[in-house]
Design a protein around this ligand. Structure first.
Ligand SMILES: NC(=O)c1ccc[n+]([C@@H]2O[C@H](COP(=O)([O-])OP(=O)(O)OC[C@H]3O[C@@H](n4cnc5c(N)ncnc54)[C@H](O)[C@@H]3O)[C@@H](O)[C@H]2O)c1
Length: 246
């Protein structure tokens, strides 16, 4: 599969899964623009992959608008793909529902839900102009099976799945496909808090047993960004080595 010459934005690409997705898309020939709130790390990744970097804070509408304007300048107004990967995924796990700080809840919703809505909205004109735009949202398996002690995060990822369906209907007439992937638990900075026993439960419960790494997700994301994937629009694909089936 090739993404040759397709202009694609990946948010949250400074580390973790976003960085691996960017590497995979670069291998497939995409012309990448990486965006992240971690500017130094993001720039280093971009340099390594031959991509460009744009600073982005998904919690701030002005920052999202500035990112979109810069993407427009760099792409000549034509964008083929957006990966809404950037999210607050770290430091919010293992907390019971009645001990979540209200400010933390609001911050997670602002970045993960409102940020995904606004980043997509800001880039739709460029996606429409390319004639074959694709949006891939990072959801999470945790929202589908109901992970405990992770309430703000799971609620935000449930909202991302709902938005995926609504955006698919609103943007379908422009031949923009909108999908989500829901990975199982991966080994990244954001899952350090997960107890060893929970990792084992996942690993043993998978149809294909064993751990899942970010690199097990990236091929699906690349496919969903391709010309071939339009017919899947609106779907959330659980990419979890068969932990459960939909
Ligand atoms: N790691 C997993 O097991 C797992 C499982 C399912 C889904 N996911 C999803 O995959 C995506 C990446 O997760 P990860 O494990 O790599 O997490 P991570 O915390 O390692 O990386 C998240 C990235 O998003 C960026 N980010 C955070 N807040 C931002 C903001 N306000 N503006 C711009 N960028 C911001 C971070 O700087 C970082 O580069 C997330 O959407 C997460 O919900 C991860």
């Amino acid at each position: 599969m090739t993404l040759d010459g397709r202009h694609i934005v990946v948010t949250g690409a400074a580390r973790g899964l976003g960085e691996r997705i960017a590497a995979r898309l670069a291998d497939a020939g995409a012309r990448l623009i990486l965006a992240d709130v971690l500017a130094e790390e993001g720039r280093a990744v971009a340099e390594r992959l031959g991509a460009s970097f744009v600073p982005l804070d998904l919690g701030e509408p002005e920052s999202i608008e500035a990112m979109a304007a810069e993407v427009g300048r760099q792409t000549g107004g034509l964008l083929h793909g957006l990966v809404n990967n950037g999210a607050i995924a770290t430091g919010i796990g293992g907390i019971p529902h009645d001990q979540i700080d209200i400010d933390v809840w609001d911050r997670v919703m602002r970045v993960n839900v409102r940020g995904t809505w606004l980043a997509t909205r800001a880039l739709v004109p460029l996606l429409r102009a390319s004639g074959s735009g694709r949006v891939v949202n990072l959801a999470s398996d945790t929202a589908l099976w109901g992970a405990p002690r992770l309430m703000a995060y799971t609620a935000s990822k449930g909202a991302v799945m709902a938005m995926t369906r609504s955006y698919a209907r609103e943007l379908g007439p422009d031949r923009i496909g909108v999908t989500a992937v829901a990975p199982g638990i991966l080994t990244t900075e954001s899952t350090g808090y997960v107890p060893e026993a929970r990792h084992r439960l996942y690993e043993e419960g998978r149809a294909v047993p064993g751990p899942q790494s970010p690199d097990d997700i990236t091929g699906t994301v690349a496919f969903l960004l391709s010309e071939d994937a339009l017919t899947l629009t609106g779907q959330t694909l659980p990419v979890n080595n068969g932990f459960w089936f939909n």
